[in-house]
Design a protein around this ligand. Sequence first.
Ligand SMILES: Nc1ncnc2c1ncn2[C@@H]1O[C@H](COP(=O)(O)OP(=O)(O)OP(=O)(O)O)[C@@H](O)[C@H]1O
Ligand code: NI
Length: 319
Amino acid sequence: MQLLTISDLQTQFFTSHGVAHAVDGVSLHVDKGEPLAIVGESGCGKTMLALSIMRLVPSPPGKIVSGSIRLGDTELLTLPEKDMQRIRGNRIGMIFQEPMTSLNPVFKVGEQIAEALRLHRKLSQKDAKDMAVDMLHAVGIPEARRRAAAYPHELSGGMRQRVVIAMALACDPELVLADEPTTALDVTIQAQILELMMELQHKRQASVIYITHDLGVVAQTCTRVAVMYAGHIVEESPVEDIFHEPLHPYTKGLMRSVPRIDQDQTLRPISGLVPNLYDLPTGCRFHPRCPYAMDKCREQAPELVRDGSRRVRCWLHAS
Ligand SMILES: Nc1ncnc2c1ncn2[C@@H]1O[C@H](COP(=O)(O)OP(=O)(O)OP(=O)(O)O)[C@@H](O)[C@H]1O
Ligand code: NI
């Protein structure tokens, strides 16, 4: 069953350089209880896709220009702002890279979680406080009752991110948007936080959109992967398929850039740069970096074509 259905979404930035198509005709769905990964290099539109779902695109200069985003039966893009406020933090939880973007430095962490519960779940002061402590305990914070009285700056980065996860999950959201939730943390803490998120996701049957640069990270945790390049989805596949046989040359390049224990440890990033969104190449947006580029790729843009459970935007796979 589909929980989130995005159709032909266009999110653009209007600046003195021109118009950047940050999210350029994205269609994507997430099933109930499913963890979906979105991967791609910096500047491909991953964060703007997530912010579009929350209706938090910085505006101006950004704007959702067209398309549809449905959460269950609710069309989010036409919802009045006050109804959207009831969805944020309640039906949709958010976890960002930097925990301090979600935490208020002047309130105790337990109070911040309790406040969300009072607001969305209409709990009494005491019940909200108790539940906040339970949540801190659930995300593996030791001495949760004592830590609930701490201010964000009194906690380590890893503990702060756990607080953010506790806050994002407190109201039992149907959908969690996690935008590089562990990038700012130590590698060992990263693995712990990831495991914790996935355990909670599984327990609560929440859908998750997990945004990351790192294909390696998604291998064990997600069921499906969407690969973004220059505002487009260029491939979407079940996770086993994408690791076994990536279809798009860009996905192949991303896979090769993942260091593997069983092979040599050298990183082999894709050569060349992500195109400037204000000055896109003709034809396929990846052709200047593509080792398989043909004349056709320079001239005509391929469509995202479905093939069974997979979708790919590449002339090599357009039969
Ligand atoms: N405040 C802004 N003003 C103008 N353009 C912006 C702004 N924020 C984003 N953009 C445009 O949107 C594009 C997509 O940005 P986005 O943050 O979604 O990338 P991303 O894939 O999340 O990258 P990263 O992996 O670095 O987080 C950028 O390349 C840029 O052209
Ligand atoms: Ni981003």
